[in-house]
Write a protein that binds this ligand. Structure first.
Ligand SMILES: [Fe+2]
Ligand SMILES: [Fe+2]
Length: 266
């Protein structure tokens, strides 16, 4: 459960213990976090969906990368309280992006591009490492002295992986697949992002993707329930960043951060 949760009204908390393979439920007191605005959150999701429809998968992936870079820049420049919210948003975006890639992009790459099997093995190894680091970041108290350095360490691994995808993998994908195939994969990628887990789960096997997809379907509702009690930044602001990232990706072959870092400082 998120450390920022205030427990004031009665609810039921479900805890899934993956090691013991069982769920336990206990009566606890919740309060709806002050910044939870489900309407804004829904608006963000709908905006994201509308703008992502019928887009080739390589552009969607660059758009996601751009958004993640921008959120990381926000994280680095904002106050401690805001850093906690941006940390949560960062994890939310990376978790959904990674699993959707594993389920949609990576099987295609494995089958069709030259040296596909090597690309696949290297990529899932990177993802596994990133998930393990993200789990550590997720469990950390933002006030601890090594919190910032752990996020930086995680992002260093992630940004190197993203660079490799954008510079080498995506051009190969574009060369191998027709525009229709890229758009069809893009639509599957967008649909997947709405039903996959929103938190990193390094214990779920990535290969075979069918098993990962199945286990993800079971775990995603638990993640979404926990998201309700997690602090996130203003979702209208995230929606705006997402729109800018999408439009940037449609006009560029590479991602970059678009956040003006002079706006917010520790
Ligand atoms: Fe990836
Ligand atoms: Fe990626």
């Amino acid at each position: 459960m998120d450390p920022n949760l205030n427990r004031n009204i009665t609810g039921t908390e479900g805890v899934c213990d993956m090691n013991k393979g069982q769920s336990t439920f206990q009566s606890v007191k919740y309060s709806m976090p002050n910044n939870l605005d489900s309407k804004s959150n829904l608006n963000y999701k709908m905006t994201n969906y509308q703008e992502s429809k019928d887009q080739p998968i390589d552009r969607l992936i660059i758009g996601d990368h751009t958004l993640v870079r921008t959120i990381y820049d926000k994280f680095k420049m904002c106050s401690r309280k805001e850093a906690n919210e941006w940390r949560n948003q960062l994890i939310y975006e990376i978790a959904r992006h990674s699993v959707s890639e594993e389920l949609i992009l990576y099987p295609l790459m494995r089958k069709r591009i030259p040296d596909g099997e090597k690309w696949y093995q290297d990529s899932i190894q990177d993802h596994q490492k990133i998930k393990e680091l993200l789990q550590e970041v997720q469990s950390m108290d933002p006030s601890s002295s090594d919190f910032g350095s752990k996020v930086d360490e995680t992002m260093k691994v992630l940004l190197s992986h993203i660079d490799e995808e954008e510079i080498q993998l995506l051009p190969l994908i574009r060369k191998t697949f027709s525009e229709e195939e890229l758009i069809s994969a893009g639509n599957s990628f967008v649909r997947r992002k709405f039903i996959v887990p929103t938190r990193p789960h390094s214990s779920i096997p990535i290969d075979p993707p069918t098993l990962e997809g199945l286990l993800g379907l079971l775990i995603a509702p638990i993640d979404k329930f926990r998201d309700l009690f997690t602090s996130y930044p203003d979702q209208d602001k995230v929606a705006e960043m997402s729109r800018e990232a999408t439009s940037f990706a449609q006009n560029s072959s590479r991602s970059k951060s678009m956040w003006d870092s002079s706006q917010c400082r520790h």
